[in-house]
Write a protein that binds this ligand. Structure first.
Ligand code: FDA
Ligand code: NAD
Length: 426
């Protein structure tokens, strides 16, 4: 059994949705393109799962957040794919790939061949078992990667009102889920090994602002330790967690957000990997010229840093996907991918944006006891990164712009004195 397509997108997440829209803009013909996804639904804006989806009132539900509404573009429903002659092969896992033969084999036994393949397999959540802790398949232990996970989390959350949650991990999932749990009237303790939250991005000073805000909402921080074991009742439900520091926390619900691994396994030994992802060039092309990789799974050259990076953020997924399609469909007209890293988050009444790189020395500005503040990072005499909490649209555009320009900075104290005004003036 087999089918042949000109273009195949493997994976049906954020990048797949944006790639599909770009294909139609570039003039793909009916029957030329298919998307194969393990998920049973058409591509959607994954960021909604830790935000609007978890709200107690008027929560976001599909079909409202199919791609590409997150970038204020068309919402691609299953009907849209049908009308554009794009085949959605959903609920179907690809179990092996042969890039030499240009074929994919699905778990249902179908062989799908392509002329061009875009790998958009994203990533999977790391499990506690990979750190030597067992029991995380209990009914009230939740991971969060896809709609099925989010639906389960909502179900467990609704059964835990006024109860206790333990959030394992102090990264993006930990921070966003902790806020959602509090909004759902659940008492939250956050447990993570680092000295402060968001260790990959925040400096201690920035982290302390968010931690104080979270504490004012009743969230309890347990830092510098990790889970050692779960405690179960007779029904196999988790009732608490033991920590390595010897303490115990009761739990009606546990949310685990301890990082991800890119889904590269189908291509290991066939394509070049770097930094945990599939290595691509500035056309998003892998070591096999018929195969492209985009989104969380791709390690691509970030021109402004002069090095290969793998990013795990939605803006990178959207833009790399569009760029790959353009490189395939209009190779002559497509310039090098020149991407400025952009991360953001929204929790409670807070909202921040970050552009560039958080290397070098941080220079702070604004009011850390108020509602708007930020930081620049200066590395080797150049401004390379900017962070802003509570900015206006124009202010966010200004920090994005100044980071893209990478101005030379001779005097850090002058930059500190000018603060946000420096970005606005560039
Ligand atoms: P994505 O994970 O979206 O999609 C991969 C797809 O491939 C999935 O549909 C999967 O089932 C499928 N797949 C994998 N292997 C397969 C196989 N063998 N066969 C078939 N299908 C297969 N970022 C940000 O910048 N701001 C934010 O606020 C958030 N918020 C956020 C919340 C939550 C809960 C998560 C989990 C993540 C975020 N992110 C984020 C990160 C962002 O969502 C992420 O960077 C993008 O979804 C990456 O898009 P991809 O398309 O690369 O992978
Ligand atoms: P993360 O990498 O942001 O954070 C992982 C956290 O896990 C670390 O901060 C650390 O505190 C903790 N940790 C690591 N090992 C641990 C252990 N053994 N025990 C306890 N804690 C441990 O990853 P995440 O929060 O799981 O997020 C998953 C993915 O989703 C990431 O790719 C992230 O970028 C993405 N995401 C992004 C956003 C956003 O951009 N706003 C929001 C949600 C999710």
């Amino acid at each position: 059994m087999g089918r042949a397509f000109v273009y195949v997108i493997l994976g049906g997440g954020v990048a797949a949705g944006y790639a599909a829209l770009e294909f139609t803009k570039k003039g793909v013909s009916h029957g030329e393109l298919c998307i194969i996804s393990e998920e049973p639904v058409a591509p959607y804006e994954r960021p909604a799962l830790s935000k609007g989806f978890l709200l107690p009132e008027a929560p976001a539900r599909l079909p409202a957040f199919h791609t590409c509404v997150g970038a204020n573009e068309e919402r691609l429903t299953p009907k849209w794919y049908k009308e554009h002659g794009i085949e959605l092969i959903l609920g179907t896992r690809v179990k092996s790939a042969d890039v030499r033969r240009k074929t994919l084999l699905t778990a249902t036994g179908e062989t799908i061949s392509y002329k061009f393949l875009i790998i958009a397999t994203g990533a999977r959540a790391l499990r506690l078992e990979e750190f030597g802790v067992s029991g995380s398949d209990a009914e009230n232990v939740c991971y969060l990667r896809d709609v099925a996970d989010a639906t389960r989390l909502v179900d467990v959350m609704q059964k835990s009102t006024d109860g206790n949650a333990v959030v394992i991990g102090g990264g993006y999932i930990g921070m966003e889920c902790a806020a959602s749990l509090v909004i759902n009237k659940i008492n939250v303790s956050m447990v993570f090994p680092e000295p402060h939250c968001m260790g990959r991005l925040f400096t201690p000073k920035i982290a302390s602002y968010y931690e104080e805000f979270y504490k004012s909402k009743g969230i309890n921080f347990v830092k510098g330790t990790v889970l050692s074991s779960f405690v179960f009742n007779a029904e196999g439900k988790v009732t608490g967690v033991n920590l390595k520091d010897g303490s115990y926390l009761p739990a009606d619900l546990v949310v685990v957000g301890i990082g991800i691994r890119p889904n590269t396994s189908l291509f290991e030994g066939q394509l070049t990997l770097e930094k945990g992802g599939i290595k691509v060039n500035s056309r998003l092309q892998t070591s096999n010229t018929s195969v492209y990789a985009v989104g969380d799974v791709a390690s691509f050259p970030v021109k402004t840093f002069g090095e290969i990076r793998r990013l795990e953020h939605v803006d990178a997924a959207r833009k790399s996907a569009r760029h790959a399609v353009s490189a395939i469909m209009e190779p002559e007209k497509t310039p090098e991918f020149d991407y400025l890293p952009f991360f953001y988050s929204r929790v409670f009444s807070l909202s921040w944006q970050f552009y560039g790189d958080n290397t070098g020395e941080a220079v702070y500005f604004g009011d850390f006891s108020g509602t708007s503040f930020g930081a620049y990072w200066v590395n080797k005499g150049q401004l390379v990164g900017s962070f802003l909490e509570g900015g206006s649209k124009e202010e966010y555009e200004a920090i994005a712009n100044v980071t893209r320009v990478k101005p030379e900075i001779e005097d850090l104290s002058e930059l500190e004195r000018q603060g946000l005004g420096f970005a606005v003036a560039v």
